[in-house]
Design a binder for this molecule. Structure first.
Ligand code: 6PG
Length: 226
């Protein structure tokens, strides 16, 4: 498993900022556009502030979330709200943001809108995923009744309802997240590193959804710090 270790979260953020921006620029040079998928939570927030100030043809970049909480964008728990505050500012203000919740609060109408939009996108150029101590990633939670379907479906977007975290969620599916040119798992903290290292390669993905993206099932890299 490609495993990149850094001494501090700050060093990890700077390395990820460079890795992401280089991949986006390469995609723009090759194909004229790029697609970036980002996760919510607390780990990546400093990175998003730094990416926002990174000179790039952001007007050629489509940004979307790996998942969001099923709340209004102005709700304090909204990943969209966090991304608009931290990333879609400064240099990155010109990026095109594809919301996962444009039809909130109508779940079915929203699913139809977002499924049509996301399924039209090409392979993602860069995907950054986080992980919880329960081994969830995006909003693919082992505790949710929808996890088997979320890991197996050919649809791009699913609704999930975790029992160990607040809010119903909307998440890109395993299939859609894995349809990418480069993916990295952004891990900070020894607790998470221990959980990650303890995942058996043949662990059922329904009990450790993050394992669906790591070798041997997936090709995401691990980028981590204490
Ligand atoms: C979310 C994220 C989620 C996150 C992990 C880690 O909506 O919360 O998409 O998958 O990446 O829960 O969260 P922390 O970075 O806060 O530990």
């Amino acid at each position: 498993m490609p495993d990149f270790q850094f001494a501090t979260p700050e060093a990890l953020d700077e390395a990820l900022r460079l890795a992401v921006s280089e991949r986006l620029q390469k995609a723009i040079d090759l194909r004229g556009s790029a697609t970036l998928v980002l996760s919510g939570g607390s780990t990546p927030q400093a990175l998003y502030r730094q990416l926002a100030e990174t000179p790039l043809r952001w007007d050629c970049v489509t940004v979307l979330l790996a998942d969001d909480r099923w709340v209004a964008a102005d709700h304090e728990d909204s990943n969209e709200g966090m991304l608009r505050r931290l990333l879609l500012q400064g240099e990155a203000a010109s990026a095109y943001f594809l919301s996962l919740c444009p039809g909130y609060p109508d779940v079915q109408a929203n699913l139809e809108i977002v499924e049509a939009q996301v399924s039209e996108l090409p392979p993602f150029d860069a995907v950054l995923l986080g992980m919880g101590l329960d081994r969830h990633t995006a909003s693919l939670f082992p505790c949710s009744e929808q996890i088997t379907e979320a890991l197996a479906t050919s649809a791009s977007v699913v609704m999930t309802r975790p029992t160990t975290a607040p809010h119903q969620r909307i998440s890109l599916s395993r299939t859609r997240l894995a349809n990418c040119r480069w993916g990295a798992l952004h891990i900070v903290g020894n607790d998470k590193v221990r959980v990650l290292k303890a995942i058996e390669p043949d662990a059922p993905a329904v009990t450790a959804p993050v394992s669906a993206f790591l070798p041997p099932r997936g090709s995401f890299e691990v980028w981590r710090s204490p």
